[in-house]
Design a protein around this ligand. Structure first.
Ligand SMILES: Cc1cc2nc3c(=O)[nH]c(=O)nc-3n(C[C@H](O)[C@H](O)[C@H](O)COP(=O)(O)OP(=O)(O)OC[C@H]3O[C@@H](n4cnc5c(N)ncnc54)[C@H](O)[C@@H]3O)c2cc1C
Length: 409
């Protein structure tokens, strides 16, 4: 039997992947296994950002994975990217999670924005602006972060963002605070979600702007420390913006388009899940490899591995179906399936890591082995906004019992 890492999470034949997808996931898996895995323990121990991994991603063209080919990128679509992200996560969860923040800044402005409704003039302006943004990544290796959490209900879409963009001559003045900003201090641009407000008018989610703020602009500060339980290499510190001026070309999406995307292209928020699917696979891979090394004869351990495998297959199958359905205006069923896939992936990752420790025993908890890191990294998946576990449950429950617009009144 070949080593588990020799085989992709999703076998190209079994899952009917294209040649391009099979090639991309093979490259991502190899990069992860050869480069990221050996560095993961140290970044975890030091809570340091894996800068070398980002050099490798850049050299492999993977910072531009979702940038269209005509703009110099690899032109990967949503499905191809999430499959590759899951492979990266098998080796280093923190790299996969932060890579997601970066890639989304190109996916949302790229193929996803192509599906949104905008008039011809707005689209032409958007295409000009995103070309500037793509060029920074392709030519200069720029890295983008995606801070939208503020420690309130805005990140889950319940209220407008408290970070405000005030229109001024030539652009906006941005003021606010973002918490858990992965890549803080290491990104070149912060893709900040904020509410455009000219005066005293009440804030509205429809007026959300998505702006690329240069990391070294006047008024930007990275504050607070970073010593968390898991995902330590993400370096998700707090960002403060005090009257930061950005010009109109900083708009990663035209006015109103983030709101339209969040409403019509919900799978845009499912892209955090491949990281946790990769961690689930890593917990399973570890267990198989560990037990095959002279510890597999106990029937109790064999049954535990069987249980892990069943849970993993269930999560993978649901996830694959959901990510295959990512497109504009999904049906209500597809929307609910996406929430179910997010919930199941986030919960399964930590559940498999828990079972892996219980099955492998005390030695598997040692820092010299990756399992305890996988356990810690997977712990917080369920609270990743905007689709936290509870938000998914609420929406699945409500959406299953009520049709759109239906009330009890
Ligand atoms: C390692 C890591 C990296 C991160 N990176 C980023 C990043 O790059 N960018 C970014 O924007 N954010 C990032 N986050 C933040 C993340 O997405 C959450 O916003 C954050 O963890 C929420 O923390 P909180 O303390 O505000 O908890 P809360 O939001 O209060 O959540 C606590 C609990 O309340 C529940 N809850 C919260 N709101 C609701 C609601 N409206 N309905 C039902 N239940 C609800 C949640 O499900 C959760 O169980 C990161 C978080 C972590 C742990």
């Amino acid at each position: 039997m070949s080593d588990a890492l020799d085989t992709p999470l999703f076998d190209p034949g079994a899952y009917h992947l294209t040649y391009g997808q099979a090639d991309l996931i093979a490259r991502a898996r190899r990069l992860g296994a050869e480069r990221f895995a050996p560095r993961a323990a140290q970044h975890d121990r030091d809570a340091s950002f894996p800068t070398e991994n980002y050099h490798d991603l850049r050299d492999a063209g993977l910072l531009a994975v979702c940038i269209p080919e005509r703009d110099g990128g690899l032109g990967a679509d949503y499905l191809s990217y999430v499959l590759a992200a899951a492979e990266v996560a098998r080796s280093c969860g923190a790299t996969a999670l932060t890579w997601n923040m970066h890639v989304c800044s190109t996916l949302w402005t790229g193929s996803l924005a192509d599906d949104l409704e905008m008039d011809a003039r707005t689209r032409a302006e958007h295409e000009r602006r995103r070309a500037l943004h793509f060029q920074r990544i392709v030519a200069e290796g720029a890295i983008y972060a995606q801070p939208f959490s503020e420690g309130n209900a805005s990140a889950v879409g319940a209220i407008p963002f408290g970070t405000v963009a005030k229109p001024v001559d030539g652009g906006w003045l941005v003021t606010g605070r973002k918490v858990f900003a992965s890549l803080s201090g290491h990104a070149d641009y912060y893709g900040v979600l904020c509410t455009e407000r000219a005066g005293d008018e009440s804030a509205s989610r429809r007026n959300t702007l998505y702006l690329a703020i240069p990391a070294h602009a006047d008024g930007v500060a990275v504050v607070g420390d970073w010593d968390p339980l898991g995902m330590r290499g993400t370096v998700s510190r707090t960002l403060e913006f005090a009257d930061v001026f950005v010009e109109h070309d900083a708009a990663l999406m035209p006015r109103g388009m983030y709101f339209q995307a969040a409403t019509r292209w919900p799978h845009m928020f499912l892209t955090l899940s491949p990281t946790y699917l990769g961690l689930a696979q890593a917990a399973y891979d570890f267990t198989v490899r560990y037990l095959r090394d002279g510890r597999r004869s106990s029937v109790v351990k064999q049954l535990a591995v069987a249980e892990m495998r069943i849970k993993l297959e269930q999560a993978k199958t649901l996830w694959f179906q959901a990510v295959s359905e990512a497109h504009v205006d999904p049906t209500p069923e597809q929307r609910l399936r996406a929430y179910a896939a997010q919930f199941s992936t986030m919960e399964t990752a930590n559940d498999l890591a828990r079972l892996a420790i219980r099955t492998c025993g005390g030695h598997s908890m040692l820092k010299s082995l990756p399992l305890e890191r996988i356990y810690r990294d997977s712990r917080c998946g369920a609270l990743m906004a905007p689709w936290t576990a509870e938000v998914c449950l609420e929406r699945i429950g409500h959406g299953s019992l009520y049709q759109e617009g239906e009330t009890d009144g």
